[in-house]
Ligand binder design. Sequence first.
Ligand SMILES: [Zn+2]
Length: 251
Amino acid sequence: MGAGIALAALAGLMLGSFVTVVGYRLPRGESVVGGRSHCTTCRAKIAAYDNVPVFSWLLLRGQSRCCGDRISARYPVTEIGLAILYATVVAVFWGEALEIALGLVFVTMLMAITLTDLDRRIIPNKVLLVAAAAAVVIVAIGDPGSFPERAIAAVAAGGLFFVAALAHPKGMGLGDVKLAAVMGLFLGRNIAPALIVALLAGSLVGIAIIAREGAAARKQSLPFGPFLAFGGVVGLLLGDQLIHLYLTTFT
Ligand SMILES: [Zn+2]
């Protein structure tokens, strides 16, 4: 199991590097697969040895070799974050191939939309579509019997957020609606604790910002994607326990 977790962490580092590329290029309409990595400031091509996840950033002390411009800490943070998530998914679901495959795709999608939503207020359809298609294939192979539950969760979560978006168009976008639906596909009934955690976290941060910056902050809206992503990770890793806790406490 230890070797599996180490491998997962390594894969997370590499995929995290890819996710930062996707997160940067997709909202800007650039091709995700074509073209070598280039400096976002002077467009110089980046050598492979300067493109090693985390280590290159540390060696270069966060400055590019070509023009000395600052390289965002977002790169190593995303890479380390995804490495930790991959290792955790493999450790938690060890022995359950379906759950591991779904979980890895799920956290990769959540990391990508967190970047694009924070950066540009965009939750790209391409990311949602690729993740949803992967989920359908994995479930069709591994556990087709769970499709009804997943479909209900997707429709319920998407419907709930669609109503919220209609009632409060400034706070919630269609991207959030679609993301909630895709999360339902991945999580099934665990979408319930995921959404509750997302709404709680979003409310707490919103209240904290208003408390610190006063009423003026009320006019700005927070991107909700990162909170959905956080709730999604909690729902994935702890959803069963949270539902069990709820059922034993309140029924
Ligand atoms: Zn440069």
